[in-house]
Design a protein around this ligand. Structure first.
Ligand code: FAD
Length: 529
């Protein structure tokens, strides 16, 4: 039987981050991935045509330049590079106008002023307060196990703290409506937030300051999102660790009542002397570890885990030229924008879209964001081409049907989405599309078993599944009631493409093993004025 100090289940970027930190501590680690490629939802494929690279899931690295993982692990030495476009977001409207958000706040303010002077002031205020002044504090929240409400109350005090905590009582939609009055600005932020949560979800207001802390730092991984996991794999191997593909973990077995090792699908048993960390979603992790190791309240929550209803469908296009938007006449910077948002002009349209998806209907007005990555990194497409995608939200089950229904409607939905996109980018009506393919919420789950019910965040962001409740108060510190068994996946606090759960698990494991950390942990959030 093979023996390691530590075993990681799944080779999504979070498990790989955890493995990388611990391999650098001198521990002998092994990562087991069920699929033939690593990376999980950080995946890149030539999905359309040879030479056209599509990021199949995550595309936007939000706040990458501040992630401890990039600097601590010196990932550039292992091949990971990224670009951060100067023009970050463009929201497009049917009347040909737009709002463009830049890295340079003054340029953003001037773009918003053309639509609403008051909203430009609000933007400036929120940016200065939450991206500049409290930005480091907000970003540090991610890189710690969630603070208890009591600890938050003790650590975040004073007037600024009071203002920050006031967001927690609102939905993100209410927070947006509090600061912005023009429907064009409201739809911009509500649609951007749709990839995280829906605007009317109670208790999600803190996402607004958190979005502001990093919303103009969206990065694109050079060569594809898969380059991040590949660089982590290189690092792990250089420190003596191993990463195995096509090795599905079936169960965690126990030794003296603690997590002792894993059993693979082929029956082999692999033992771990110090720890096992699961990068799978929380319900799968608990199932694999054995429900009898957890109190009833944990099992009950896992059995009723809310995957959410806001999945994404992706229209991928291979093109002979980049989309040219009507709105470029209004603001030429639209042509240079990384994240492009369109499909809604008013709050009512956004709310209707949410209601339709909530009740399992295909949206009557698809809306969402997307990008033409080859404009920012030429390695995404051949010299004479471009590759682009658009991500409107959609339910996993349409009309309560089996998700297989998506296969029947793929062709017509592809054409419908091209038609809508062409209303904003008229050159798509010409002969410039070389290939078009829809990647549905059903495909998400087929490609990555960790994305249950098309849940892009491995569990909805509801107040019952956020903060110390994510995934459950007894599991939110990455440790679990089963000794030596840890969680390190995106159902934990801080999910998304930032490695936070992997980083937080590595910190917990190091502390439990009394190993000196070779890195300096991000300071704990503290605000007293
Ligand atoms: C369509 C889409 C768009 C997104 N866009 C963004 C974005 O732009 N920005 C952002 O920050 N986030 C985005 N996200 C979210 C982000 O991609 C995920 O939160 C993150 O990548 C998840 O990483 P992970 O390591 O926790 O899990 P995963 O990447 O899902 O990794 C889990 C791994 O475990 C493997 N596995 C499953 N079962 C087993 C088993 N039994 N044994 C062994 N291995 C197993 C899986 O194959 C997978 O490789 C998006 C997600 C989706 C789906």
């Amino acid at each position: 039987m093979d023996t390691y100090d530590g075993i990681l289940i799944g080779a999504g970027h979070n498990s790989l981050v955890c493995a990388a930190y611990l391999a650098k501590c001198g521990l002998k680690v092994a990562v087991f991935e069920s699929e033939s490629e690593i990376g999980g939802a950080a995946s890149t494929e030539e999905f359309l045509l040879p030479g056209y690279k599509s990021n199949m899931h995550a595309n936007f690295f939000i706040g990458l330049e501040d992630f401890p993982i990039v600097n601590d692990l010196e990932l550039s030495k292992y091949g990971f590079k990224w670009v951060t476009p100067e023009v970050q977001h463009a929201a497009l409207y049917r009347d040909g106008t737009s709002v463009v958000l830049h890295r340079d706040v003054e340029k953003s303010v001037s773009s918003i002023s053309r639509i609403s002077k008051n909203d430009a002031e609000s933007y400036n205020y929120l940016f200065e307060r939450y991206a500049v002044e409290l930005g480091p504090l907000l970003r540090s929240f991610l890189f710690h196990a969630p603070l208890s409400p009591e600890e938050i109350g003790n650590r975040i005090t004073g007037e600024k703290g009071k203002e920050l905590l006031s967001f927690a009582k609102m939905s993100i939609g209410e927070a947006i409506d509090t600061y912005f009055e023009h429907p064009k600005l409201r739809t911009l932020f509500k649609l951007f937030a749709h990839a995280i949560t829906v605007e009317d979800e109670p208790g999600t207001g803190m996402f607004l300051p958190s979005l502001f802390s990093s919303q103009t730092t969206l990065g694109l991984s050079v060569g594809g999102a898969l380059e991040l996991p590949k660089s982590l794999e290189k690092l792990i191997k250089s420190y003596g660790g191993e990463v195995f593909r096509d090795c599905k973990v079936e169960e965690v077995y126990r030794e003296n009542g603690n997590a002792g090792g894993v059993v693979l699908e082929n029956g082999s048993k692999i033992s771990a002397s110090s720890f096992i960390a699961s990068g799978l979603n929380a319900p799968s992790s608990i199932r694999i570890a054995g429900e009898d190791a957890f109190p009833e309240e944990v099992n009950e929550k896992m059995n009723n885990w809310d995957w959410g209803f806001h999945s994404l469908m992706t229209l991928h296009l291979a093109l002979s030229e980049a989309p040219k938007y009507f709105a470029e006449k209004y603001d030429p910077d639209v042509a240079k924008s990384f994240n492009v948002i369109f499909g809604a002009d008013t709050d009512e349209e956004v709310s209707k879209n949410t209601e339709e998806r909530r009740s399992g209907k295909f949206p009557s007005m698809p809306m969402g964001n997307g990008a033409c990555n080859s404009l920012f990194d030429s390695s995404y497409a051949p010299e004479d081409g471009h590759v682009a995608f658009w991500w409107p939200g959609a339910p996993y089950r349409i009309g309560g049907d089996s998700p297989e229904k998506w296969n029947e409607i793929k062709e017509s939905v592809t054409q419908q989405l091209i038609d809508i996109w062409s209303e904003y980018a008229p050159n798509l009506k010409g002969n410039i599309i070389r290939a078009a393919k829809l990647y549905s919420p059903n495909d998400l789950n087929i490609r990555n078993k960790n994305i249950v019910e098309g849940a892009v965040r491995m569990g909805a962001y509801t107040s019952d599944q956020l903060g110390v409740n994510r995934p459950h108060p007894l599991l939110s510190g990455m440790r679990t009631p089963l000794e030596k068994f840890y969680l390190c996946g995106s159902s934990c606090h801080g999910g998304g493409l930032n490695g936070a759960p992997g980083y937080n698990a590595a910190n917990a494991i190091c502390e439990d093993l009394n190993i000196d950390k070779w890195w300096t942990q991000v300071p704990k959030p503290f605000l007293e004025n």
